[in-house]
Write a protein that binds this ligand. Sequence first.
Ligand code: PLP
Length: 373
Amino acid sequence: MSQTVYMDHNATSPTRPQAVDAVVRAMQTGGNPSSVHAMGRKALRVLEDAREHVRAAVNAPKSAQVVFTSCGTEANTLALQGCGRKTVFVGATEHPSVMRARTEIVRISVDVNGLIDPFQLEEMFAGGGDDTIVSVMLANNETGVLQQVEGIARIAHRYHALVHTDAVQALGKVDVDFTALGVDMMSLSAHKIGGPLGVGALIVGKDVELTALNGGGGQENGLRGGTQNVPGIAGFGVAAELAVAGLSDMARVKVLRDRLEARIQEIAPDATVIAAMADRLPNTSFISMPGVDAETQIMTFDLANICVSAGSACASGKTKSSAVLGAMGLGQDIAKSAVRVSLAHTNTEDDIERFISAWGDLYQRKGAARSAA
Ligand code: PLP
């Protein structure tokens, strides 16, 4: 059997060996970081080292709190439910963990590239923003489109709204700078950057009055109760450091991604690369193969030992047409036939060739079936 080609890094990225080592070491160290004795202090040191690595990875100031959570979803939920603001404006292409964090969200519509129009946002503040939180993702998980979060934060702050950004997909792929973006809160997730599954963080700026959803024993400065997952957090710290160090490899990854898109457009001029002209993550490509539904494509690629997905990974394992593309106003024909390819440090030119060959074969076969019909 051929080697697996893994091109689904936006779903989860393979754990970096150094992160695995850090997890194992922390498990061997043991201890509860809330205990005052020597074992507890050792665990606390591991925890606080990791906190500083995560803080540094996103250039968050000392005054900001890095609150460890069980995942990116929990970080988004804590930000939106714990902020105490009544009105919630969210981008129309946000991840379900933001969309479902509150019942009474107001969507900020997006254009055909998935971008928020700042003028529209400004109009939404007609009634003021004192009791509002705005949540806009830095990078979209399906299309890779980068929002102008810095500008959005400036507008929102003029109306005294709080600003949260979901940076889960951006970290390790582009420079993420909490301070330069001027946001109040930022969500992160370890498994998207080669850290362990089931660990995340919410960065909380000093002026945010956040209330814990689960106070428990007062851990994480009273913002997230429960004994911390020290091994997972240790792995997160190492992965965060490596993610920033590995940013230089993204230029190579972008060359691979651009070649993949160019070759597909040569094979199939009727294929659509979604938001091709927008500012996007260098690793992500969302491509519609005309007339072939995403599920068929994914199964075909899987048989060729190539792992890709149809937009966001769905817990049921089923593929559904993308809500993100729906929000961007793209038709069902495109949304139903779009497959996401997301690359990272593990990918090579050979991977790209294998994918193009499998994609081209399927496209020709389906084209032949269409003309025979
Ligand atoms: N936000 C975005 C943009 C994501 O892509 C994901 C995961 O797919 C999450 C949040 C949720 O992260 P986690 O899997 O750690 O809950």
